[in-house]
Every structure is written in structure tokens, then in C-alpha cells.
Ligand binder design. Structure first.
Ligand SMILES: Nc1ncnc2c1ncn2[C@@H]1O[C@H](COP(=O)(O)OP(=O)(O)OP(=O)(O)O)[C@@H](O)[C@H]1O
Length: 452
């Protein structure tokens, strides 16, 4: 019964299964040719092969045949039809001309019937086709076979929900190099064709938006829907499923401060993360100089950044890579129209995966560095570990309250929401204009509400 269990092993490689099946047919041939079964040898081993389905020869028995063969070599094969384990052993030897002759010699009855010649052909084919046992027995080959059998085949690109995208990201097989896998969230933006979403076929690459540490970021246009999106390419070996998972979870919150993730496609050894393209947004690093003379805009933009952090931290995610290249800003710096969005969740972590709130404060510390830099100042150290008693230097005309506020954030460990509420207070103190009510008297607007 043990043999049957092994024979039915789901992990058994195809070669092993084929070998077992061949033995099955050999044994059946033997049992049908006469009264041969049940012979026992004097070797002390029970080498009889039971031809019932329950005791089909197994790969294990083939391996152990080495031992049995040595023991039985000195014994004459008794009982013409008994399939001795030594035969099993020989059958599993590398295909050699001589092994074919040997094997035939151990089946004296086989030449006597017409059916036997057919069986002989089967046997000859088996012996010629079978690979070397030296190879098939090697642990590397067995492991490779098992891996190949278990490797999921690409499912193609499909539409799905955020949960499908996350599942797809987690299941990407780093060894699977062929075809495409992926989930796109928006049917109105992407047109999948024959389970594929390919450059030049389903979409065009319009140009380079930026270069990241792990790959390029391009703007693409879907050929069918004519919608644009951003495609960030990451080599499969560098891809962290947590980036897709955290970004996707944040997308479902619909925060105006987070660029939404729209899909994920693995194309051979590259993963593409598709996200929303907002025309007019540039990374902050490219335009930081424009903020220098505009402390109010600096304040407004930093408050937006802290709103983004509050959103992340409320959703139990830390970004861990807040810097000027990962913040997109509208090129209109008018404080009313100023837009800000955070990108790049490659380093992000879920709260449950981190030890304490150090990473949460690290996000805050990085954000306040950007604030100080936009104002034209710098802290005495850029080392987070030395965050306590850092000096902050700001241009001489900077309001004292801004300097005090910066010191507090950089040297204490306030949460993003605490910083945000302090900043809102400070901003209204510094910039709000007292409103005394509508103009009195006979004031009449020069245009009516329709602008006519
Ligand atoms: N949605 C977008 N709109 C405009 N530009 C973008 C967008 N996404 C990315 N970029 C540009 O591409 C650059 C690299 O993007 P991103 O930071 O996501 O890649 P990365 O490989 O993770 O980079 P790194 O690890 O160096 O931070 C950004 O700094 C920005 O200039």
C-alpha cells in the first residue's frame, strides 16, 4: 500500500510518474504470461512483485533496488515470470544498448507470443526514452522537476478589484519569466486585449517622466481609450509586493494627496505599476527654488504634506521615503490652486510590521526637513539618529514663530496630526486677514452672479 501512496504523490515529477507507469505495464505483462507470480528467493528478501494495483512499483522501490540487486546477483532468478527488483533496478539504468539485451534476457517468455513483440517494442522505447537515473535521482534534478510542476502558469492580464491586484502582486513568481500576469482596476482607462496589455499593441509609451533607483517612469497612452497613465517599471527581482499592497489600500481611501494606483502588470521579468497621470504635476525637487520667496506657499504646501501623512498613518501605513522627488506639486504655486500628491510606496510598511512608532516619526522628521529646506534653511544635522538638540538655521528675516515651530517638530516626536494642527494655527496667526463682514451701505456688485 505504501507503493500506491508514493505512486499517487502529487509532487512526483513527470519522469517519475512515467517510470512508475512503465513498470506498471511491465508487471502486468508478466503476470498475464503464466503462472509466474509469488516466487520467493533465498536471498532473505521478499522480492516478489505483487501485480495488484495496490502495490505498483514506486520510485522509492527503484532507488532501493540497488541494494537488492547486489543481494540477488548471486542467486539464480527462480520462476520465469517473477520480476525481481534487480530487473527494476536495471530498467531504471541509463538507456544503453546492452541494457536492452540484458533486460530482454530476464524475460524468457516474452519472445514466445505475438503480443510480446508489441510489449518488447514498448519496453525498448521505454528503455531508450528513459533518462539516466544518475540524473533523475540527483536531488537538484528532482527539486527542479518539483518546482517546474508546482510553478503556476501565467494567468494573463485581467480586470479586477483592489483585492485581486494585491493577491496578484503577492503571487508573482520571481522565477516565472514568460508571458504576462496582472490586474487592471479601471476598464474605462485600459483596454485589455487577449489577456494582454503590451507596449505598442495595447498602449504607446509617450515619454519619460522620471528615473527611479529601480527603473524608469513613463507616461503611456492606451490605444483604444486614449487615456494617459503613468507606468513605473521595476525589475521583478526588486519588486516588493508590499508596495502594491500598501499603495492599493491607500488608493481605496480616495485621498486627494495620494496618486491612485490603477493596475499592475508583470511583463516577463519586469513589473509595471500603472498610476494616475495628472498633467501639470512636477516633482518638488525640480521647482523647489520657486518656493524660496513664498513662505506662505511653503506653509500651505507643508500642511498638504502633513495631511497626506495623517491619511497614511490613520491607515496604518508609514511611507519611510518622504523626500522632494517623491512629492508631486502643481506648477501653479498660487496657494489656492496649489496641489500636492505623494508617490512611491516602495519603502512603505504596515504598522503591524514595524517595532514601534520610530518610522511614524521618521516620516514627520523628513517632512519638516522639506519645510525647512523650502524656506531656505537647514538643520544642523541631516542624521535622524541625532534628532535631539538639533539646531535649525533659517534665513534672518524668518518669523520667530516659524523657527520655534521647526525646533519643536525636529527635536520632539510629535505625531503628524499634532504637527498639522499646530501648523494650521500658526498659518492663521501669520497670514489670516480679519474679516469684518460684508461691505455696508449701498454696495452693489458691478456684475451679476452670471457674470454678465
Ligand atoms: N505620477 C507621476 N507624475 C509625474 N511624475 C512622476 C509620477 N510618478 C513618478 N514620477 C517621476 O518619476 C520619478 C521616480 O518615480 P518613483 O519615485 O515612483 O520611482 P522609484 O524607482 O521608486 O524612485 P526612487 O526609489 O529613486 O525614489 C519621480 O521622482 C518623478 O519625477
Amino acid at each position: 500500500m505504501e507503493g500506491q501512496e508514493n505512486h499517487n504523490q502529487p509532487n512526483m515529477s513527470s519522469e517519475m510518474r512515467q517510470m512508475a507507469a512503465q513498470f506498471e505495464s511491465l508487471v502486468q505483462v508478466d503476470s498475464s504470461s503464466g503462472d509466474h507470480g509469488g516466487s520467493h528467493f533465498d536471498s532473505g528478501f521478499d522480492t516478489t512483485v505483487d501485480t495488484s494495483a495496490d502495490s505498483l512499483p514506486t520510485f522509492d522501490s527503484i532507488q532501493s533496488a540497488d541494494q537488492l540487486d547486489t543481494n540477488s546477483r548471486d542467486n539464480q532468478v527462480g520462476g520465469s515470470g517473477a520480476v525481481h527488483d534487480s530487473e527494476l533496478h536495471r530498467a531504471s539504468q541509463p538507456a544503453r544498448d546492452s541494457s536492452l539485451v540484458d533486460m530482454r534476457g530476464s524475460f524468457p517468455d516474452q519472445t514466445s507470443s505475438g503480443d510480446k513483440s508489441q510489449e518488447d517494442t514498448q519496453l525498448a522505447n521505454f528503455l531508450q526514452d528513459e533518462p539516466s537515473t544518475e540524473l533523475t535521482n540527483s536531488p537538484e534534478v528532482i527539486q527542479r522537476d518539483l518546482e517546474r510542476d508546482q510553478k503556476p502558469s501565467p494567468q494573463g492580464v485581467r480586470y479586477g478589484k483592489p483585492s485581486d491586484l494585491i493577491a496578484c502582486a503577492k503571487s508573482l513568481d520571481k522565477r516565472n519569466t514568460s508571458g504576462q500576469d496582472g490586474v487592471l482596476l479601471d476598464q474605462n482607462k485600459f483596454h485589455i486585449n487577449q489577456d494582454s496589455y503590451r507596449e505598442d499593441k495595447e498602449y504607446d509609451k509617450l515619454g519619460l517622466l522620471g528615473e527611479g533607483s529601480y527603473g524608469n517612469v513613463n507616461i503611456i497612452r492606451d490605444k483604444m481609450t486614449k487615456m494617459d497613465a503613468v507606468a513605473k517599471c521595476v525589475e521583478l527581482e526588486n519588486f516588493a509586493p508590499s508596495e502594491a499592497e500598501n499603495w492599493c489600500n491607500l488608493t481605496t481611501v480616495n485621498s486627494p494627496f495620494i496618486v491612485p494606483l490603477l493596475g499592475l502588470v508583470r511583463n516577463e521579468m519586469t513589473v509595471m505599476l500603472f498610476s494616475e497621470y495628472t498633467p501639470g504635476l512636477r516633482d518638488l525637487e525640480a521647482i523647489i527654488e520657486y518656493f524660496r520667496k513664498e513662505p506662505r506657499q511653503v506653509m500651505v504646501l507643508t500642511m498638504e504634506l502633513f495631511r497626506a501623512l495623517v491619511c497614511l498613518h490613520e491607515n496604518k501605513i508609514v511611507h519611510k521615503d518622504i523626500h522632494e522627488n517623491n512629492i508631486l506639486v502643481s506648477q501653479s504655486l498660487d496657494h489656492i490652486f496649489l496641489k500636492m500628491k505623494v508617490i512611491d510606496f516602495g519603502e512603505s510598511k504596515k504598522f503591524e510590521d514595524i517595532q514601534d512608532d520610530v518610522d511614524e516619526h521618521y516620516d514627520v522628521w523628513c517632512a519638516i526637513h522639506i519645510f525647512i529646506r523650502m524656506l531656505g534653511g537647514h538643520p544642523s544635522s541631516l542624521d535622524y539618529e541625532r534628532r535631539i538638540s538639533q539646531e535649525v538655521r533659517l534665513p534672518p528675516k524668518t518669523d520667530e514663530r516659524i523657527l520655534k515651530f521647526s525646533h519643536w517638530v525636529i527635536n520632539s516626536r510629535p505625531k503628524a496630526e499634532e504637527v498639522l494642527s499646530s501648523m494650521e494655527e500658526l498659518e492663521s496667526e501669520l497670514y489670516s486677514v480679519p474679516v469684518t463682514g460684508p461691505p455696508g451701505g449701498n454696495y452693489e456688485p458691478s456684475v451679476n452672479v452670471n457674470g454678465v
